[in-house]
Design a protein around this ligand. Structure first.
Ligand SMILES: CC(C)(COP(=O)(O)OP(=O)(O)OC[C@H]1O[C@@H](n2cnc3c(N)ncnc32)[C@H](O)[C@@H]1OP(=O)(O)O)[C@@H](O)C(=O)NCCC(=O)NCCS
Length: 225
């Protein structure tokens, strides 16, 4: 029988998954009895890490200042990949409100958003959004890495860890929409094991206009054979 060696990133991801599961089981206690929609996602301990020292952590109200700085620094590079932002978005008040909304979504099982930290610094964001249960068991992935830290593998590590969280949450599929011209993001998805499924026309309204998007996806079978 031929056994293919696991890539180091996959080994790290598997270790991260078990760390996450054990912490969550200890923290939640009754987790296995709770239906998916009733599971609670309170503030997590630094949940997952890999050899790059990339840690995903749920942001708390005290992180609003760092989050604002991240948004301000990346206002231009992230512009083409998100909704048109009003000036108010770049205020402490709006970022506090955003964290409150994220906490509510987490509590209600709709989304799981994380800060991406390296050496204790907030260097990006990754989120499993629009979580749908029932027969779909799918989340939509979004992410952004601080331009100052780009090209060091942080985006790929964060995406790998986020999908391990998705599997730990019992999801079956994670999908991402990416602009055809966003070569770096497509490379991240490719490295994390996603496959391109096709091109969706006029799919997302980004920076104020409807854009075609490539749809990429991964299902749990791709990593747990
Ligand atoms: C896309 C993004 C998350 C990548 O983060 P990152 O930390 O730089 O990603 P990584 O370092 O893990 O990997 C980037 C890969 O893209 C490659 N890449 C970057 N720019 C590239 C370009 N212009 N042409 C070809 N490849 C490019 C890098 O070489 C690297 O691949 P490699 O490891 O094979 O060399 C980051 O650039 C970002 O936040 N962009 C703006 C927001 C965004 O696009 N979000 C995703 C929306 S779908």
């Amino acid at each position: 029988m031929l056994i293919e060696p696991l890539a180091p990133a996959r080994i790290d991801a598997a270790v991260a998954l078990w760390t996450y599961i054990l912490r969550e089981l200890a923290r939640r206690g009754t987790r296995d009895d709770a239906p998916h929609h009733a599971r609670r996602h309170g503030p997590l301990e630094p949940a997952v890490s890999d050899t790059l020292g990339v840690v995903l952590r749920v942001l708390e109200p005290a992180d609003a200042g760092s989050l604002l700085e991240l948004e301000l620094r990346n206002r231009v590079p992230w512009r083409a990949t998100g909704p048109l932002r009003a000036e108010h978005w770049f205020t402490l008040q709006a970022q506090r409100r955003r964290l409150e909304d994220e906490a509510r979504d987490r509590e209600e099982g709709r989304a799981l958003a994380f800060g991406v930290f390296t050496a204790g610094t907030l260097t990006g964001r990754v989120a499993l959004g629009n979580i749908v249960r029932g027969p779909f068991q799918n989340a939509y992935l979004g992410y952004g890495i601080d331009e100052r830290h780009a090209g060091r593998g942080i985006g790929t590590a964060a995406v790998c860890e986020a999908i391990e969280v998705a599997w730990a949450e019992g999801l079956h599929r994670v999908q991402a929409a990416v602009s055809p011209s966003n070569v770096a993001s497509k490379r991240v998805l490719e490295k994390a094991g996603f496959r391109r499924e096709g091109l969706a026309l006029r799919y997302l309204r980004l920076d104020g206009r409807w854009t075609d998007q490539e749809l990429w996806a991964i299902t749990v079978e791709d990593v747990r054979r």
